[in-house]
Design a protein around this ligand. Structure first.
Ligand code: ADP
Length: 396
C-alpha cells in the first residue's frame, strides 16, 4: 500500500509517499511559507533531482493540493492516480494523556486531539488543519494520527510529576510528557534488532540529537524517562532552546532586560541553546568550523551541549539501573563524530571505549564502541516517516 505521510507545521508541510510493501520512498518534499507571501514548493521523485518552485499557498489546503498534483504529474509524478494512495499518516505533536499509541482518525478522535490543543498551542492546531485539508481533498481515504508523546506514556508517575503543587497536574495536566516519541520508539526497536538484543529484556538509551534534542531511557522496550517535559523546551541544550535552566533566571532576566513573558519565552525557545552561547549559529557544522578557527564561544557551545548529553545519559543509567546499549540518532547524533566522542569521553566510568575509526563514519547503522567495551554504543539513523507509515498500515 502507498502511504502519504504528512507533517504539518504552522507555516510548513513536509510529506513523503512511501510504498509500505517495499518500505521505499517514492517521492518526498516540503511546502514552506504557507499563508505567507513567497511560498516555496519542493518535490523530489525518488531517483530524480529535487524540483523547487515558487508558488503561493494561502492555506494548508492549497499546499496539499499542490502536493497531490505533483504526485500524479504526467512527467515526474510517482503514481498514476490518487486512487493509488491507500492511506494518510499524520504526525501529531501532543496527545496528552489521551493517546498512548497511534490512532485511526475519526470525528471522535479529532475532538479528543482538540482537547490537547492547550498543551501545544502552536503545533496541534497546525496538525489538525493538515488533517482537515486531507479529508477535504481525499474523502474516504483512511487516515491515522501518530503522536510524538505516545511512546512516553509508559513513564511512571515518579518520572512525569514535577515538584509543583499537585493541583496544577489535576487542573491543567501540568506534567512531563516527552516528545520525539516516534523516533525513540523506532530507534530503540531497531537498535535491539541490529545489536541482537532481546528488546523485552533490555536497558537502552536513545540520544536523539537534532535541532531539537532529547534523550530517553527505554526499559524492556518501554520509555521510562525522557528529557523533554510539558513542552519540548526542557532537557538538553538544543540548537536554539535553552533546555533545563534555573527557573528563577526567567524573573531575573525579564527585570534586567525589561522583557514580558512572551519576550522571555522567545529568548528561551529561539535565541538560546548553542546559538545563544556561540553567538554564531545553531548548526553544528558552523560551530565545528568556528571552533577549528579558534572561536572560543563555538567551542564552549559544543562542550556545553556534549556535557549535558553525557549527564543525562549518566542519570538514565541510574533510572534503568544499568545500560546495555546507547544509540545516537538524528542530524547531530548521526553526523557529528566530534559530539559523539566528547559525550563518550565522559562515560569511561561505564566501561565504554570508543572505536575512533568507526566513529568517523556517519549516517548508517554502525557499532562505534570497541568489541571489549562494556556497553555497546551505536549510530542508528532515525526514520520517523517510515515509523508513521508502518503504524498507518497496521491501523487501516
Ligand atoms: P530537526 O529535525 O530537529 O530540525 P535534524 O535532526 O534534521 O533536526 O538535525 C539538524 C541538525 O543536525 C543541524 O542543525 C546540524 O546541527 C546537525 N547536522 C546535520 N548535518 C551535520 C553534519 N554533517 N555535521 C554536524 N552536524 C550536522
Amino acid at each position: 500500500m502507498n502511504v502519504l505521510v504528512v507533517n504539518c507545521g504552522s507555516s510548513s508541510l513536509k510529506y513523503q509517499l512511501i510504498d509500505s510493501d517495499t518500505e521505499t520512498v517514492l517521492a518526498k518534499g516540503l511546502c514552506e511559507r504557507i499563508g505567507i507571501d513567497g511560498g516555496e514548493f519542493t518535490y523530489q521523485k525518488s531517483g530524480l533531482d529535487k524540483e523547487k518552485t515558487n508558488v503561493d499557498m494561502p492555506t494548508h489546503k492549497e499546499a496539499i493540493q499542490i502536493v497531490l498534483n505533483a504526485l500524479v504529474n504526467d512527467k515526474t509524478g510517482a503514481i498514476g492516480s490518487l486512487d493509488e494512495i491507500g492511506a494518510v499518516g499524520h504526525r501529531m505533536v501532543h496527545g496528552g494523556e489521551k493517546f498512548a499509541s497511534s490512532a485511526l482518525i475519526t470525528d471522535e478522535m479529532l475532538a479528543t486531539v482538540e482537547e490537547c490543543n492547550d498543551l501545544a498551542p502552536l503545533h496541534n492546531p497546525a496538525n489538525l488543519i493538515g488533517v482537515y485539508a486531507c479529508r477535504d481533498l481525499m474523502p474516504g481515504v483512511p487516515m491515522v494520527g501518530v503522536f510524538d508523546t505516545a511512546f512516553h506514556q509508559t513513564m511512571p508517575e515518579k518520572a512525569y510529576l514535577y515538584g509543583l503543587p499537585y493541583e496544577y497536574y489535576e487542573k491543567y495536566g501540568v506534567r512531563r510528557y516527552g516528545f520525539h516519541g516516534t523516533s525513540h520508539r523506532f530507534v530503540s526497536q531497531h537498535m535491539a534488532e541490529f545489536l541482537g538484543l532481546d528488546l523485552n529484556n533490555s536497558k537502552l538509551i536513545v540520544a536523539h540529537l537534532g535541532n531539537g534534542a532529547s534523550i530517553s531511557a527505554v526499559l524492556n522496550g518501554k520509555s521510562i524517562d525522557t528529557s523533554m517535559g510539558l513542552t519540548p523546551l526542557e532537557g538538553l541544550v538544543m540548537g536554539t532552546r535553552s533546555g533545563d535552566i534555573d527557573p528563577a533566571i526567567i524573573e531575573f532576566i525579564s527585570k534586567k532586560e525589561g522583557l514580558d513573558i512572551d519576550g522571555m519565552m522567545d529568548v528561551l525557545n529561539k535565541k538560546s541553546g548553542v546559538l545563544g552561547i556561540s553567538k554564531t549559529s545553531s548548526d553544528f557544522r558552523d560551530l565545528e568550523e568556528g571552533m577549528n578557527n579558534g572561536d572560543k564561544l563555538c567551542e564552549a557551545a559544543i562542550e556545553v551541549f556534549s556535557y549535558r548529553v553525557a549527564k543525562y545519559i549518566g542519570s538514565y543509567c541510574a533510572a534503568l539501573n544499568g545500560v546495555d546499549a546507547i544509540a545516537f540518532t538524528a542530524g547531530i547524533g548521526e553526523n557529528a563524530p566530534l559530539v559523539r566522542k566528547k559525550v563518550c569521553e565522559h562515560l569511561g566510568f561505564l566501561g565504554i571505549t570508543l572505536d575512533e575509526e568507526a566513529n568517523g563514519h556517519r549516517g548508517e547503522d554502525l557499532i562505534i564502541s570497541t568489541p571489549d567495551s562494556k556497553v555497546k554504543v551505536c549510530i542508528i539513523p532515525t526514520d520517523e516517516e517510515l515509523a508513521i507509515a508502518r503504524d498507518t498500515v497496521a491501523l487501516v
